[in-house]
Design a protein around this ligand. Structure first.
Ligand SMILES: NC(=O)c1ccc[n+]([C@@H]2O[C@H](COP(=O)([O-])OP(=O)(O)OC[C@H]3O[C@@H](n4cnc5c(N)ncnc54)[C@H](OP(=O)(O)O)[C@@H]3O)[C@@H](O)[C@H]2O)c1
Length: 260
């Protein structure tokens, strides 16, 4: 129990898995969660690094599952929260199944902020803690053919800064990790493989996780991973939303993978 303790959501693959590996190397004990059985062998593998790891297979779009995850900490003080679980949803909004739309919103926003509230309240009472929320540079642009996903990330990017400010001087820091396209299962799961963004060269999730972890430990407000994404987000800040929406179409419209 001398180790620090972290909760990581979405640790079964991608950026969350890499965050978990970094935390294990930094000797954090872990409580990890994902909605995929893969989280169980991931926990077994992490345990070989000499830390304790508890794994929960839960759908974090559901509030009672978030309660279950938090209860699994058994009141142990959380030194670091990595609120990372999330998923996308490609295709035109009118073609999407509304249950899937709802799942994106309930995972990326509702479950994420509910867990943040629970953990941040306890951190504030203790006067210490670090939170890393995985937002996205997608939050800077209207997401034509990924409209709901980009909207959820705009929410998360904004929420993260506001919570950080509310916790100013509390000893608790909130950092927003804003990756660009990263080489994970995200694009396959969101059915974006037939799009330009689905096929383009992407960032290494280990690099993205390292950038986020270091920013969180420094207590930075936000970090955009990768220099190309830094430029893209700076340009997005001064580009009219209509033009951003048009540019986004070229990256995410089904069939764009086959266009020159
Ligand atoms: N890859 C990118 O280009 C990119 C760019 C910017 C931001 N992001 C963000 O980075 C975060 C991690 O994504 P990733 O790229 O690493 O993709 P990934 O490999 O698909 O990992 C997503 C993780 O979140 C979990 N998850 C998703 N929905 C969940 C739910 N309802 N309940 C519990 N766990 C859930 C997934 O497990 P299960 O699906 O098995 O539950 C998985 O562990 C997400 O928030 C994503 O929006 C990704």
């Amino acid at each position: 129990m001398n180790n620090r303790f972290a909760i990581i959501t979405g640790a079964s693959s991608g950026i969350g898995y890499e965050l978990a590996r970094i935390c294990a190397d930094e000797k954090f004990d872990l409580l990890i969660a994902a909605d995929d059985p893969q989280v169980i062998p991931v926990a077994e593998d992490l345990r070989t690094r000499g830390i304790s790891v508890d794994a929960k297979q839960l759908d974090l779009s559901v509030l009672s599952a978030v309660d279950e995850l938090y209860a699994a900490a058994n009141g142990r003080p959380v030194d670091a929260l990595f609120a990372n679980a999330g998923h996308g949803l490609g295709h035109g909004f009118l073609d999407q199944d509304f249950a899937e739309v709802r799942h994106v919103i309930d995972t990326n926003i509702t479950g994420t902020i509910y867990l943040n509230q629970k953990v941040a309240r306890a951190m504030k009472a203790r006067g210490e803690g670090r939170i890393l929320i995985t937002g996205s540079i997608a939050g800077f642009m209207p997401g034509t053919f990924q409209a709901v996903y980009n909207g959820t990330k705009a929410f998360i990017d904004s929420f993260s800064f506001a919570l950080r400010e509310e916790l100013d001087d509390s000893g608790v820091t909130v950092t927003c990790l804003m990756p660009g396209p990263t080489d994970t299962e995200f694009f396959e799961r969101a059915d974006l493989m037939d799009t330009k963004v689905g096929q383009q060269k992407k960032d290494d999730p280990a690099m993205v996780a390292r950038v986020g972890f270091d920013a969180m430990m420094r207590g930075d407000g936000d970090v955009v991973s990768g220099w190309k994404n830094k430029i893209q987000s700076a340009v997005a800040n001064v580009t009219p939303a209509g033009i951003l929406a048009e540019q986004h179409r070229k990256m995410t419209e089904p069939g764009t993978a086959r266009k020159k």
